[in-house]
Design a protein around this ligand. Structure first.
Ligand code: GRF
Length: 212
């Protein structure tokens, strides 16, 4: 079996879709063994189904903004049962708490639609746009106890043009999200990410192309 990953989603699922497409095209050598959504109506669940991947809706009634209690226990158990080695957050709208973080320590990553540490939290593209930055982008990072504060794995800059709207900028950023997320997942699965303090070192690959 390829390297098993679990994906957490809440909504649209375009990042999940890009991951599944890259796997199908042979550009990403991992297997999505489970997709869990806290939202029954998430388009992401339909995408999982389309790709023949096991999708689960597991509600969390205790809290709106964090994964806690009974639901947290179920998420952990399901991923452990499936042998998940990397948890990929793809538009998951809840903060992960201690039990989940401990169960998958150093093995949870997220994609954020801005260049961290700028514009943490929700509506990052809008925050960046309204601030007036000329360059924004996206960031793949490890998850720690904070919100969007974990060690940075990859970042991609994206220009902001004079005639942009939040919408056009968000779409441009999203295209890059779809590329760097798969790249980061591949690097993790190859054991090529080393966290030193809070710097993530990428260990060089073996091919000429990867070294250049
Ligand atoms: C993306 O913009 C991602 O950066 C952020 O949430 C959004 C999820 O979009 N964390 P999708 O569900 O993957 O389409």
């Amino acid at each position: 079996m390829e390297f098993p990953i679990g994906v957490l989603v809440s909504g649209r699922g375009s990042n999940l879709e890009a991951i599944l497409l890259h796997i199908k095209e042979g550009k990403l050598n991992v297997e999505v063994v489970a997709v869990i959504s806290d939202n029954e109506d998430a388009r992401a669940l339909k995408i999982a189904e389309e790709y023949g991947v096991d999708g689960y809706y597991i509600p969390c009634i205790e809290k709106k903004t964090a994964l806690v209690g009974e639901a947290e226990r179920k998420y952990i158990e399901l991923f452990q049962k499936k042998g998940v080695k990397l948890v990929v957050l793809a538009g998951f709208m809840r903060i992960l708490k201690k039990d989940f973080l401990t169960a998958f320590k150093g093995r949870i990553i997220n994609i954020h639609p801005a260049l961290l540490p700028s514009f943490k939290g929700l509506n990052a593209q809008k925050q960046a746009f309204e601030y007036g930055v000329k360059i924004s982008g996206c960031t793949v990072h490890f998850i720690d106890e904070g919100v969007d504060t974990g060690p940075i794995i990859l970042q991609e800059p994206v220009p902001v043009f004079d005639d942009d709207s939040v919408d056009t900028l968000s779409r441009r950023i999203l295209k890059h999200e779809h590329e760097i997320y798969s790249r980061a997942i591949q690097l993790f699965s190859e054991g090529r990410l080393k966290i030193e303090d809070r710097r993530v070192r990428i260990i060089a690959g073996s091919t000429e192309e990867e070294r250049s």
